[in-house]
Ligand binder design. Structure first.
Ligand SMILES: CC(C)(COP(=O)(O)OP(=O)(O)OC[C@H]1O[C@@H](n2cnc3c(N)ncnc32)[C@H](O)[C@@H]1OP(=O)(O)O)[C@@H](O)C(=O)NCCC(=O)NCCS
Length: 150
């Protein structure tokens, strides 16, 4: 089910920034659903639901890196991504993380920028034989998180 959200989000929301071949290579990461599920199970994964159906998910890797954030195109722009991101930031902060990072796809740059993430480094990664660009962005987690640690 999460794999279907992953594939639909890539197919329908990233076409302005990535070629069809790149989108296919990216989406193919979920072809092996068992491996995809295992990867998510190994991270802290949150699922957003609307009327009992999953519509988006996000995962935190090692307490300080947002590994995945995908929202189904049918509910995009309704605050689901922001809610998931918010929850991961709170969890990471509660675990003492001072700086949260994400390798943001080009289409998600503005989403993260709006939330206070700053671009640090441009990367090229290979996925199933295609090169895809992304940007490592970082956000310093707030006073609230720092205060709780003391
Ligand atoms: C990026 C993504 C998770 C955003 O999810 P969403 O539920 O549509 O986001 P929200 O509705 O919570 O939007 C929050 C804010 O970001 C803005 N925003 C969302 N997507 C945006 C985009 N592609 N470009 C510019 N702004 C965007 C919204 O307008 C909103 O702004 P506001 O608070 O001023 O109203 C979703 O578009 C997605 O799954 N994209 C494809 C997969 C992907 O690239 N994931 C990121 C991998 S790092």
């Amino acid at each position: 089910m999460l794999a279907a959200i992953f594939v639909a989000a890539i197919q329908e929301l990233t076409g302005d920034d990535y070629s069809e071949a790149q989108q296919e290579a990216w989406a193919a990461v979920a072809d092996d659903e068992a491996a995809f599920g295992k990867k998510l199970a190994g991270e802290l994964t949150l699922i957003a639901t609307v009327q009992n159906a999953p519509v988006g998910f996000a995962s935190l890797k090692g307490n300080d890196h947002i590994e995945m954030l995908y929202v189904h195109p049918s509910v995009t722009g309704q605050g689901v991504g922001a809610m998931l991101c918010d929850a991961l930031e709170k969890l990471a902060g509660a675990r003492g993380t001072k700086t949260l990072s994400v390798d943001a796809s080009d289409n998600a740059l503005d989403f993260f920028r709006k939330r206070g993430y700053v671009a640090r480094q441009r990367n090229s990664v290979t996925l199933n034989g295609e090169w895809l660009a992304n940007t490592t962005m970082q956000k310093a987690l707030g006073e609230e998180a720092a205060g709780r640690e003391q």
